[in-house]
Design a protein around this ligand. Sequence first.
Ligand code: PML
Length: 249
Amino acid sequence: DKYYSVRMRAAKNGSYKHGGKHISGGELLSTYSNMKQAVNDLLEKGLNHSRGNPDFMQIQFELIDEPIKFMKPLQVATNEVESVEMGQALCRKLLEKAGIERKIIEKAYKNMTEYSGIRGAILIDIHSGERIDDRKDKGVRVSRMDWLNTNFKKWADYYNIPKYSRIKEALVLATKVSEHPSTVAELCWSDDPEYITGYVATKKLGYQRITKLKEYGDERGCRIFFVDCLRDLNSYIHYLEKQPVLIQR
Ligand code: PML
């Protein structure tokens, strides 16, 4: 079966080009015969969002020519913490465990206010602590990945993980990103003001959820990929944006 990449993005107070505010985005892979369902799932995701009702939305699909890579999902662990401070301390500990020096982590955090409001991910070199992608306020949007629902549900049942599409989508992205040899770690929390769980992910440590990484009401999200030995930035970004990936347990 051929697959199509289906993508949605929604904004408020004008389109993206005209300074609109990001409301929501979504990615999935679909066969042609399942397209109606796929488009509808993304439509619903964009319509019902705690960041507000969009007045701009795009849904597009595109045939994928490249062969699909199949990957097993990262192992999931949930770390319950009592406060944002404890959550953020655990974040730093996990990033250090992943091999990132303390001073680089602090540098990334210091620059974070500058990056918040970026829709995609930013890439940080673990040696200099500098941002190395050239995507300005757009960031890099990881794309062309999915986990077919029947397979996801079996996995979620087996590991007793809530079947929220939010967890599924984040784990799909984290798995794809961590699979690239130049990725050292990912750090992420949502820009959804009502969602405060985030994660640190690496191939070795797995997908480490942390239950409090920001306060309720905070609309500042974070998605950083810490990278090492990046000889070819363009091919790394090409992998993130273009390599089709399906997760399968
Ligand atoms: C997002 O929705 O923007 C990111 C969510 C990350 C955490 C998902 C989870 O609960 O594991």
